[in-house]
Design a binder for this molecule. Structure first.
Ligand SMILES: Nc1ncnc2c1ncn2[C@@H]1O[C@H](COP(=O)(O)OP(=O)(O)O)[C@@H](O)[C@H]1O
Ligand SMILES: [Mg+2]
Length: 372
């Protein structure tokens, strides 16, 4: 009797060879399975329980024992490893308050998302952080759970009526060490109202300098101020450029990402030449990275080729959890701290904080990470 009707027998005991190709994927499937892939919940449990069972073996290394035969299992293992490496870390304090403006005149590239999540990550790592929301849309205020209806004192009052910054700063309800000066809808008119005011480009800088002096004399020095800019290069953004020392540019890993960047850089140079000699682009963060598309990696490569030292190693993936968090009045750092999006922002914040370290301090920090 012919054996052609019998089911084909596996080639090996541990798994079976796959003879079926999937041309629509454009790739050959993995030829053999070493063992069945765990379901996500099982893999998570394994991540939590397998590691300590290996005794003296370092915790992070032991996670690689997890099954890595599927992308999902590999991702779970990788996330667990990253979480352990970062858990409870405290970031170094800068010698002086670092004031960064998060700018890109393109809308929807992740300025607000980067501002609030980096700020929350820095604060969770023990640093004292203030967010200045100078976008009339007030998205940063919303994401930080800060009241910003029309009657609330806001950055508008600071810029147009010279109200002290300390009168408008509110404490973030979900994260310790994090404060925010909110934007209200009034700010939409500020761009025009500022035109006729004295020293219209440096009003934010004046308010920030005074606030920093008061803080240093009172509650304690702030470590970071992050300014969330509107998507334009108008007077509000100019005020942010004059108040800051550093520019953080989020770049979305999409086509057209680099368009408009040269104009932004020209503006930074102009402000540097005329109004604020300390200003420089210190940091670039690649956001909404989609590892499945070639476009994302092409954009990332191009940006890294242009800005060799400024681009952070960490890229922020496109993540549903990141985009859901603001609708709950939260950052992803509190909404889902274990998600890959939160981990990426935590890693990016760590890189940002460690820019202030010199070579020997950085080596010590890396050694601490390797040991953890
Ligand atoms: N990494 C990400 N993954 C998924 N959605 C994101 C990500 N970063 C930002 N978004 C979403 O993209 C939109 C634009 O982001 P936003 O930070 O508001 O940009 P900008 O402030 O530059 O206009 C928002 O809806 C935000 O939730
Ligand atoms: Mg925004």
């Amino acid at each position: 009797m012919s054996s052609s009707n019998e089911p084909s027998t596996p080639d090996t005991e541990a798994g079976y060879s796959m003879s079926v190709t999937r041309p629509w994927l454009g790739v050959e499937p993995t030829p053999t399975f070493r063992q069945p892939a765990p379901r996500p919940a099982e893999a998570r449990e394994a991540g939590a329980t397998t590691a300590p069972a290996t005794g003296s073996q370092p915790l992070v290394e032991s996670i690689s024992l997890l099954d890595d035969s599927t992308p999902l299992a590999l991702e779970v293992a990788e996330d667990t490893r990253r979480r352990i490496a970062l858990a409870g870390r405290r970031f170094p304090r800068p010698k002086q308050t670092r004031v960064l403006t998060v700018s890109n005149q393109k809308g929807g590239v992740g300025k607000t998302t980067t501002t609030v999540n980096m700020a929350a990550a820095l604060a969770q790592a023990g640093l004292r952080v203030l967010v200045l929301d100078i976008d009339p849309q007030g998205n940063a205020s919303t994401a930080l759970g800060i009241d910003h209806h029309a009657e609330v004192d806001s950055i508008y009052d600071v810029l147009v009526d010279s109200m002290p910054l300390k009168n408008v700063v509110q404490k973030c309800p979900d994260v310790d060490n994090l404060w925010c000066a909110p934007a209200t809808i009034d700010l939409a008119g500020a761009e025009i109202e500022l035109v006729s005011l004295v020293a219209r480009e440096s009003r934010l800088q004046k308010a920030v300098t005074k606030y920093l002096e008061e803080q240093e004399a009172g509650d304690g020095r702030l470590d970071y101020i992050l300014i969330d800019c509107p998507p334009s290069l108008g007077l509000l953004t100019v005020n942010a450029f004059v108040a800051a020392q550093e520019v953080l540019i989020p770049i979305q890993c999409e086509y057209y990402a680099l368009e408009g960047l040269s104009q932004l850089l020209r503006n930074v140079d102009l402000i540097k030449g005329h109004l604020n000699p300390r200003l420089h682009v210190s940091t670039i963060l690649l956001t909404m990275y989609d590892g499945r598309t070639r476009l994302s990696s092409q954009v990332a490569d191009e940006v890294r080729a242009h800005f060799t030292t400024e681009v952070l190693k960490t890229t922020v993936p496109r993540s549903v959890r990141i985009s859901e968090a603001p609708s709950h009045g939260q950052t992803v750092m509190t909404y889902d701290p274990a998600s890959s999006g939160a981990l990426s922002y935590l890693e990016a914040a760590r890189e940002l904080a460690e820019q202030v370290l010199d070579e020997s301090e950085r080596e010590q920090s890396n050694a601490a990470t390797d040991r953890s």
